[in-house]
Design a protein around this ligand. Structure first.
Ligand code: SAM
Length: 213
């Protein structure tokens, strides 16, 4: 094979790989567009208010959250149980969904702090903007962004939280690099996620749906 053919083959492989990544992202967007209306019946674990209660979120915060904030909640753990988030902190929520974790963070940082949410799915971004506005949380900024390419400056955040999102990213290394870049020196990552304990069966490892189960 001549050098030109090798280069062409390399370009074709790269564009095939990015097409596959885009297919994965589209499958995730489709799934979570539905979840932005309601998480009920769409996961194999408790979601909504039952999920938040089972994961040990502060009952007073759950009680104060409007139904719209809770009905799309599909977190897999409780990032707030991993370390204290205090008044004045600047917090980034990766994959903020319909905004329940953002709401909790907004309450903890108070008016002197700031919370930023990013999400890949347009409908989630719209829903969380509405939910946070309805909850009168004004020190918040929400953007439609892929967490593998964050628009924020280096060393912007005291804490990055994330709940059931990094497992969805086809390029987890990039995701962690970006988290490290945007955290201030001494800042913290507090995340909950799902991990594989065994090799995926072949029929599942090629399944687009399996990415967002
Ligand atoms: C399990 S939900 C997050 C739950 C959320 N923390 C809550 O309070 O309900 C996962 C979210 O991650 C988003 N997501 C998936 N991949 C992403 C990526 N690469 N970048 C940003 N968001 C992503 C999905 O659109 C979805 O809204």
């Amino acid at each position: 094979m001549c050098r030109l053919d090798q280069r062409k083959q390399g370009v074709e492989e790269t564009s095939r790989a990015s097409k596959n990544l885009e297919e994965i992202r589209n499958a995730i967007r489709n799934k979570y567009a539905g979840v932005s209306l309601s998480a009920s019946g769409k996961f194999q674990y408790p979601t909504g208010q039952d999920g938040a209660t089972a994961l040990g979120y502060d009952p007073a915060i759950i009680k104060s959250a409007a139904a719209g904030l809770l009905e799309s909640f599909c977190g897999v753990g409780n990032p707030f149980s991993l370390g204290k988030i205090g008044h004045g902190d600047v917090v980034l929520d990766l994959g903020c969904g319909a905004g329940f974790d953002l709401f909790v963070a907004g309450r903890l940082v108070g008016e002197s702090g700031r919370v930023c949410g990013v999400d890949l799915t347009e409908q989630m971004v719209e829903r969380s903007k509405k939910n946070l506005a309805d909850a009168n949380i004004s020190h918040v900024e929400i953007r439609k962004v892929n967490s593998e390419h964050l628009p924020h400056k280096d060393a912007s955040f005291d804490v990055v939280i994330s709940n059931g999102v990094i497992n969805l990213s086809p390029n987890k290394n990039l995701c962690f690099q970006e988290i490290y870049r945007v955290l201030k020196p001494g800042g913290r990552l507090q995340f909950a996620d799902v991990v594989l304990e065994h090799e995926m069966p072949a029929d599942l490892s090629g399944s687009l749906e399996a990415w967002s189960q």
